[in-house]
Design a binder for this molecule. Structure first.
Ligand SMILES: Cc1cc2nc3c(=O)[nH]c(=O)nc-3n(C[C@H](O)[C@H](O)[C@H](O)COP(=O)(O)O)c2cc1C
Length: 145
């Protein structure tokens, strides 16, 4: 059974809320998932898992959530060949760079050699009505691991 790490960065709690639903979806299909806040995770830990899920909101002018900035920097030297990966995040389409952090993290993971196995999940606005969608995305991901 695939072992998965889900790392999230969240300023006001929305990505954290989504993370719980994504994890529920993964667990429904029997995936063993470790959910961790990015502030308590080092990039090297990703090497210990078969699957990598990253969740970040977007801030500033299309930037990563604050806590993710150093982590993403640390990913640059990492070899993630053979790993399966997926990225999600909340944002708001009022901003010109909608969910740009999701795209930044996808590109970084690909650059490290990981394979993106499902289309990213981008949630526009309030996350509460979208928790079922996040759960379903987790289930879909579970089938690709
Ligand atoms: C000052 C500010 C800047 C933001 N910039 C963006 C942005 O560039 N793109 C985007 O899609 N969302 C942007 N957002 C929306 C946040 O990503 C959104 O509120 C998200 O749900 C926050 O998630 P978090 O609580 O997990 O950090 C911004 C919000 C604020 C308050």
């Amino acid at each position: 059974m695939a072992r998965v790490i889900l790392v999230y960065g969240s300023t006001t709690g929305n990505t954290e809320t989504l993370s719980k639903s994504v994890a529920e979806g993964l667990e429904t299909l029997g995936v063993d998932v470790a959910v961790k806040n990015v502030v308590e995770t080092s990039p090297e830990e990703l090497k210990d898992y078969d699957g990598i899920v990253l969740g970040s909101s977007t801030w500033g002018m299309g930037e990563l959530q604050d806590d993710f900035i150093d982590f993403e920097e640390g990913l640059k030297s990492l070899d993630l060949n053979g790993k399966k990966a997926a990225v999600f995040g909340p944002g708001n389409s009022m901003y010109p760079q909608f969910c740009k952090a999701v795209d930044i993290l996808e590109e970084r993971l690909k650059g490290c050699g990981a394979r993106i196995v499902v289309n990213s999940l981008k949630i526009d606005g309030d996350v509460d009505p979208m928790l079922n969608e996040a759960r379903e995305w987790g289930k879909d991901l579970a089938q690709k691991l």
